[in-house]
Design a binder for this molecule. Structure first.
Ligand code: NAD
Length: 467
C-alpha cells in the first residue's frame, strides 16, 4: 500500500503537507496506516497536472480514450482480490458483498459504460452545424466511504470517456482503495495527469478542491448536507455540479405479492454493507392486516444472518465503518425507542470488539418519526403499515429524499405504483438492474445520473460549429 503519498502527474508524489489521518480497521479497531491530508499546494499541483493533461486527452479520439479506460477496467479485474482485501479491512464490508457488489458491480457497470460509448456518436450534423460533444476540463470527484471503488468508478469512467481529466478525493475513512486504484491506473499506463488521486479531509482538502478556479465540474457523492453546501463553491466560476446524495427509500409490499421476497429485498439492503448504502430500502410498507405475518417473516429471516468477521466468506453483517458511525446509528435506535417505536429485532451495540451494531427492525413506526424520515446509514429497517395503496404511495413519497425504491406485488399493479413514486430507481419484484440504466436521485437525493450513456452525458460540453 502506498502510504502518505499522492498520485498526480502520472506518478507518486511526496506531499507538501506533513499532516495526516490514521485509517482504522473497524473490525479490530487497530490502525491500518496513514494518509496525507493534502494541503492547498498539493491540491494546486494535482489540479495543474489534470489541467495540462486535459488539452491532449480532450482531443484524443474517443475510441482511444475508451481503450485506455478499458485497460483500467482490466487492471481492476486483475487486482480484484487485492481490492476486496483492502475494502474488507478499511470499510468492514463483508467478503461476499465485496465480491458481488463492491468490486463485482463496479466491473459490470464500468464494462457497460465502455460498451455503450463505443457505439456513440460524439459528433452530428444539424443543418449547417457540426455539433460536437467534448469534455469540460478538470472534474473534482469527491466520494464517500461506503462504496470506496464503485463511487469513484461511477465518476471517472464517464468523465474520462467524455474527454475530461479527473482529480479524485476519496473519503478519509477508506482512502486505501482509491490509492490502490491509482496504482492500477499507473501500472496500465494511463496518460500522465489524466487520472489523479489526492487524500485529505473534506473540510480542508475537499473544500479547497471544490472551490478551485481550475476545476470545471464538481462531481460529488455523499451526504445531502455537504452536497447542498457545494452550490456556494459551484457559483464562484459557474462550475457544473453533479450530486448523488442521501436516501430513505421505500419498499412497498402489495397484497397478493410474495411477502418473503419483499422482506428479503428490504432486509438485504440494510444487512449487506451494514445498511451503509444510499439506495437501501429502509422503510418497509405493508398492509395493516399483514403486520403480524410480516413480523414472523422478518424474525425468521433475521435468525439465520451471520454477523461476524467480514473476511469470513459466510459473514453477511460486519462492523460499521467507524466508531462515529456506530454512535450515530445507536443514537437513532435510541430515538426510535423514545419516540414510541417497538424493537422487533436487535436494538443494541454488540458485545464484541469492533464497531458492531445488531441488525435492528422497528415496528409500530409512523412516518413522522425520526427513524422513518432521516437517513440512518446503518443496519436498521422500519416497518410502517398502510390502509390503502393510495396511502402507501403518499407515505412513500412523504420524504425529502427520492433515490430508490421497490415494489413487490402483482406486476401490473406494481408498475402503476412505481409510476407514482417520486424516486429515481424502482425495482419490481426484485427485478435485476441493468448496469446501462441510469442511477440517480429525485428531490434532495441529488441530480445528475450515473451509469451508461446517461452518466456520460453529465460530463459533456456541447459545441456547434457552423460552416
Ligand atoms: P460526506 O458528505 O460526509 O462525505 C462525502 C465526501 O465529501 C468525503 O470525501 C468527504 O471528505 C467530502 N467532504 C466532506 N465535507 C466536505 C466539504 N465541505 N467540501 C468538500 N468535500 C467535503 O458523506 P459520507 O459520510 O462520506 O457518505 C455517506 C453519505 O453519502 C450518505 O448520505 C449516503 O446516502 C451518501 N451516498 C449517496 C450515494 C448516491 O449515489 N446517491 C452513494 C453513496 C453514498
Amino acid at each position: 500500500m502506498k502510504e502518505q503519498t499522492l498520485y498526480y502527474n502520472g506518478d507518486w508524489q511526496k506531499a507538501q503537507s506533513t499532516d495526516y489521518t490514521e485509517v482504522i480497521n473497524p473490525t479490530t479497531e487497530e490502525t491500518i496506516g496513514k494518509v496525507v491530508n493534502a494541503n492547498q499546494k498539493d491540491v494546486d499541483l494535482a489540479v495543474a497536472s489534470a489541467k495540462f493533461a486535459f488539452k491532449e486527452w480532450n482531443q484524443t479520439n474517443p475510441d482511444v480514450r475508451a481503450d485506455y479506460v478499458e485497460k483500467l477496467l482490466n487492471g481492476i479485474k486483475e487486482r480484484k482480490q487485492d481490492l476486496m482485501d483492502i475494502m474488507i479491512k478499511e470499510l468492514g464490508t463483508s467478503h461476499v458483498f465485496a465480491d458481488s457488489t463492491q468490486v463485482g458491480l463496479a466491473v459490470a457497470e464500468m464494462s457497460a459504460t465502455i460498451e455503450e460509448i463505443r457505439n456513440y456518436d460524439f459528433e452530428e450534423d444539424v443543418d449547417n452545424a457540426t455539433v460536437i460533444k467534448e469534455g469540460f476540463g478538470v472534474v473534482a470527484c469527491i466520494t464517500p466511504w461506503n462504496f470506496p471503488l464503485n463511487q469513484i468508478q461511477r465518476k471517472i469512467t464517464p468523465a474520462l470517456l467524455a474527454g475530461n481529466t479527473v482529480v479524485v478525493k476519496p473519503a478519509n475513512l477508506t482512502p486505501f482503495t482509491a490509492l490502490l486504484l491509482a496504482e492500477i491506473a499507473h501500472d496500465v499506463g494511463l496518460p500522465k495527469g489524466v487520472f489523479n488521486v489526492i487524500t485529505g479531509t473534506g473540510s480542508d482538502t475537499g473544500d479547497y478542491l471544490t472551490g478551485h478556479k481550475d476545476v470545471s465540474v464538481i462531481s460529488f457523492t455523499g451526504s445531502t448536507k455537504v452536497g447542498s453546501s457545494l452550490y456556494e463553491k459551484a457559483k464562484t466560476n459557474i462550475k457544473k455540479l453533479v450530486l448523488e446524495l442521501g436516501g430513505k427509500s421505500p419498499m412497498i409490499y402489495l397484497k397478493g405479492g410474495d411477502l418473503e421476497l419483499a422482506v428479503k429485498n428490504a432486509a438485504d439492503t440494510v444487512l449487506h454493507n451494514q445498511g451503509q448504502t444510499c439506495s437501501a430500502l429502509t422503510r418497509l410498507f405493508v398492509p395493516k392486516d399483514e403486520l403480524e405475518r410480516t413480523k414472523e417473516v422478518i424474525k425468521n429471516y433475521y435468525k439465520d444472518i451471520k454477523i461476524g468477521d467480514p473476511a469470513e466468506e459466510d459473514t453477511i453483517v460486519g462492523p460499521l465503518v467507524s466508531e462515529g458511525q456506530m454512535e450515530t446509528v445507536l443514537d437513532y435506535i435510541e430515538k426510535g425507542k423514545k419516540e414510541g417505536a417497538e424493537v422487533l429485532v436487535g436494538g443494541n451495540r454488540m458485545d464484541r470488539k469492533g464497531y458492531y451494531v445488531e441488525p435492528t427492525v422497528f415496528v409500530n413506526v409512523t412516518n413522522d418519526m425520526t427513524i422513518a424520515q432521516e437517513e440512518i446509514f446503518g443496519p436498521v429497517l422500519v416497518v410502517i403499515t398502510y390502509d390503502s395503496v393510495e396511502e402507501a404511495i403518499e407515505l412513500a413519497n412523504d420524504s425529502i429524499y427520492g433515490l430508490s425504491g421497490g415494489v413487490v406485488g402483482p406486476e401490473e399493479e406494481s408498475v402503476k405504483v412505481a409510476r407514482q413514486l417520486r424516486t429515481g430507481n424502482i425495482a419490481i419484484n426484485d427485478a435485476e438492474r441493468s448496469p446501462k440504466a441510469p442511477f440517480g436521485g429525485y428531490k434532495q437525493s441529488g441530480f445528475g445520473r450515473e451509469n451508461g450513456l446517461y452518466g456520460v452525458e453529465d460530463y459533456f460540453e456541447i459545441k456547434a460549429i457552423f460552416r
